[in-house]
Design a protein around this ligand. Sequence first.
Ligand code: DMA
Ligand code: MG
Length: 294
Amino acid sequence: MGTYFKLLRIKIALAFFFPFVLGLSVAATADTSISVPKAISAIMSFFFASFFSSTLNFYSDVEADRIFSGVFKDMDLKNQPFVTGDMSRNETIAAFSVSLILALTLSLLAGLKVLIYISCFIFVVGFLYSHPKIKLKGRPLTDILCNILGMGLSLFAGLSIGRANHPSVVYLIWGALFVAIVYIPTVVNDVPFDQAAGFKTSGVVFGAERLLVSMIPLTLIMSLLAVVVFLDDSLVWQFRLTCLALTPLTILGVIVIFFSWKPPRINLNPDIVLVPMYFADAFFLAFSFYKIIS
Ligand code: DMA
Ligand code: MG
């Protein structure tokens, strides 16, 4: 049981859960016909999709994770089940097939659209990002793009639980920049390990320093878009609130990251980003169920 829980990588799952539950809260506000079982089955399908994706990531990262010696990660990757040899062949087949079947079945129970977005999420965050034959996580730019797309699919999976107001294109671009800026420091800190494992991530190809500096123009564009998003009163409050709260936090975060840059690593505990995210997850989850029940 503990082994399977490790495979879920709950900290990463909860980060991808944020756009999902944000979408759910928008759907629950606009659509009064969402039932509690429908919402619960969609949420469970998301976590099985996430389980499948992170298991595939562990499965194909064994060589890199074996030599991992970084400090700030959701876990010590040397202890991941495929490195320690905790997963037998049958257990591996069971983990992949059960999680895939449950993710697809539970999402279909929540609706055809949920099934489509959850399938796309598994395809991008699971297969495209990690599959040994494709491994977009080990190529420049596609590593970042997979995360942006994955977060977007998570948002649309949440929205598709009901008939929801969709975000504007400007909001989506703002969100894409936000995801890129949050993801870049993690690629930067992985440069030594990815390089040793032969991956050509954005960090390895462009260089850690240059990738860090790219956060400055990205943050500037994101801040300009934030003004447009905030002034757009056709957007629901959830989109405007996330934009209003996350833009100044991103600016602050980028400044802190530059001060924490002690080559070759950023000396910063990612929990300062992740823990507030869990509270945001809890807030939007509670709000969604309040709307669904009332
Ligand atoms: C972690 O992948 C991402 C998912 C979707 C599980 P990664 O290999 O890029 O990062 P880590 O080195 O933490 O495994
Ligand atoms: Mg990995």
